[in-house]
Design a protein around this ligand. Sequence first.
Ligand code: PGA
Length: 254
Amino acid sequence: MKSLRIFDTPTEVAGAVADRLAEVLAQHPRPVITFPTGSTMLPVYREIVARSQTGQLDLRGVQGIQLDEYAGVDDHTEASFRAWLHEHLLAPTGITAFHTLPAHDPTPAALASYEQVIASYGGVDLAILGIGGNGHIAFNEPGSPADSRTRVVELDRRTRQANERYWTDSDAFVPTRAVTQGIGTILEAREVLLIATGAEKAEILHEALHGPVSEHVPASLIRSHPHAEVLADAAAAGRQPSDSSARESDRLSA
Ligand code: PGA
């Protein structure tokens, strides 16, 4: 792993992600980028959208890749991750190329073909990730193999509880299964950026960064990636804002 960078606020974290995106776009005219969903990403996408709308960032060449999705959803499912991403990132920034997971009918052939398309793009340049309260990355719940590929998974009880807020329709309930890029798939990206904000992530982030590298805490597996970086706010890093040492980049080893 390359580094952990700690910022005072989620807004500053968002600015750092947008800055990194600007650098990636300066290097590649059509970068391949994996985008996550979740409340952590809201300020990040707000910042990216703001820069895009003021002409500071042109994302129209981005080839977006879906990271995870509920099994069984289609283009009309309001609580789907693809609908969420469309609303918060893709539509307002004009990203039209978005490679979705075969969530509606995740047959082995469709899952393999999803990965083949990524390979045909030349692989992922940047995988942006959140971290779940149980340490998951994408929907790779604790116990997911480090070499896992894109597949159907059962969701953890805690993950389903955390996602209940999105399924507000009285008839709808959080699906029990999801389709996710595997940990092996994710770690093939040339660069990984994991974002964590808020005190509720402090304990699991500490475990992921300082505990054993283990499939029990899937986020810890990113430490084996030479170009993985964690961007956290002070609360998630378990520090006080403006703690002078919090502004330093802590180098961590795998
Ligand atoms: P959150 O989700 O940003 O809503 O906390 C993160 C995740 O589960 O990966």
